[in-house]
Design a protein around this ligand. Structure first.
Ligand code: ZN
Length: 408
């Protein structure tokens, strides 16, 4: 891959993704797959005036060893060092950059019950920090190719070719062409227009239908707002793009209002395992029945992690005719696959999707219908024939999606 193009990508991540501010601290969390590229990113951070860049290198085979060999007790522990780290993040409003290259099957063979239980044990200790930091710092998730991931996506190609193809897919979907920053400005404007249309209508519900069996209705929050593309940090008002790539316009639905069946249209990678060919039936906002051809136990465990895990935290609209879907590639990665297709998410909702959230406590947001959970897991339901109708409080019906694409 040409160095110049990679440099543009590193610049895009730091300027447009994180929008690093003079004097800020940054944590970069990434795998060992692309150290040269990560070095470019770190240099870009310093050029933008970062005060300190802290690396957190992860290696999936070692993460797997931790899950295999460590006891549930040690996995559940939140150490003094971690607490100190959270305290520092709070004090410094540290930016966080995730650069993903993980093997989608990298944790297969581990005990998902043990992982879930230890996550559950850690959650109450971490939650106050997470709540206090919510929307107050810039963060960004972007991706680089890893060998195992490339092999999973292109199993028939020699590894060098597969890696090259992954780079091309990642860079083209991130709009890294002649002027990526300008391309993102335009893209963000387009997403903002769609949000405005939906927000002006104030739909009470959305009705989804597809020939694959999806027949589903979700209630929206009367104070809900759709967002898409870049967002602003609370207090400091820094504009950043949390996902590169991003194609979605999304909101948090009203907790308790979801009825009917949704059929997933892509497999879901969760805790390093692939849940395949599955559907979910909702009643009173809650997933009351699930089925999966593969890894159904992982799906069942996931939605019983806590009380909110079986409720919805997000519904996102993405055209079937999207740059990511048009690559024809199944990435086995939520960052890409969630931006290829309309999706829902189990678990935690987004407080910033509520009008006036700036002046509300986390508890008030939850009372107003934003779901709370330790998990937030997207699953894809968009299809080429999907129709979505928005219904207003007065009963007016507006076609929002027709044949899988935006109708507005
Ligand atoms: Zn989403």
């Amino acid at each position: 891959m040409q160095k110049e193009r990679l440099k543009k990508y590193a610049e895009l991540i730091v300027k447009c993704g994180l929008n690093v501010q003079e004097g800020q601290e940054i944590i970069v969390r990434c795998g060992l797959d692309q150290p040269e590229f990560i070095t470019m990113v770190v240099e870009e951070c310093y050029k933008r005036g970062a005060a300190r860049v802290k690396m957190e290198w992860l290696h999936m085979p070692i993460t797997k060893l931790n899950y295999l060999y460590r006891t549930e007790e040690t996995l559940s522990e939140v150490t003094e060092v971690e607490i100190a780290e959270w305290e520092r993040r709070l004090k410094k409003s540290t930016c966080i950059l995730f650069i993903d290259s993980d093997d989608p099957d990298g944790l297969s063979g581990t005990d998902s019950g043990k992982i879930s239980r230890s996550d559950m044990a850690r959650f109450p200790i971490i939650k106050p920090y997470r709540d206090a930091l919510e929307n107050k710092y810039q963060w960004c998730i972007a991706a680089v190719p890893g060998k195992e991931w490339a092999h999973k996506v292109f199993p028939d190609l020699p590894i060098d070719e597969a890696m090259e193809k992954m780079w091309e897919a990642i860079l083209s979907t991130a709009r890294v062409d002649s002027d990526p920053i300008k391309a993102w400005d335009e893209h963000n404007k387009n997403l903002a227009k769609r949000c405005k249309f939906l927000n002006d209508y104030k739909f009470a519900s959305l009705e989804y239908k597809s020939a694959n069996g999806t027949d589903f209705k979700v209630g929206l929050n009367p104070k809900g707002m759709f967002h898409g593309g870049g967002e602003y940090t609370l207090g400091t008002n820094v504009y950043f793009n949390p996902n590169i790539p991003s194609e979605e316009v999304f909101t948090s639905p009203m907790r308790g209002l979801a009825e009917g069946k949704v059929v997933a249209t892509k497999p879901l990678s969760y805790q390093g395992k692939l849940i395949e060919n599955f559907w979910v039936r909702f009643e009173g906002g809650k997933a009351v029945e699930v089925y999966a051809e593969k890894n159904m136990d992982v799906l069942e465990k996931m939605i019983s992690m806590d009380e909110g895990a079986a409720y919805l935290g997000e519904c996102a609209l993405i055209a079937h005719d999207s740059p990511i879907n048009n690559t024809g590639i199944l990435f086995y990665s939520t960052l890409f696959d969630e931006n290829a297709s309309c999706h829902l998410a189990f678990g935690r909702g987004f407080n910033e999707c509520l009008e006036g959230f700036e002046n509300m406590t986390v508890e008030e947001c939850q009372k107003a219908g934003i779901n709370s959970s330790m998990i937030h897991v997207d699953f894809m339901i968009g299809s080429e024939d999907m129709s979505i109708v928005g219904v207003t409080k007065e009963g007016e019906r507006v076609t929002i999606f027709k044949d899988g694409n935006w109708a507005i």
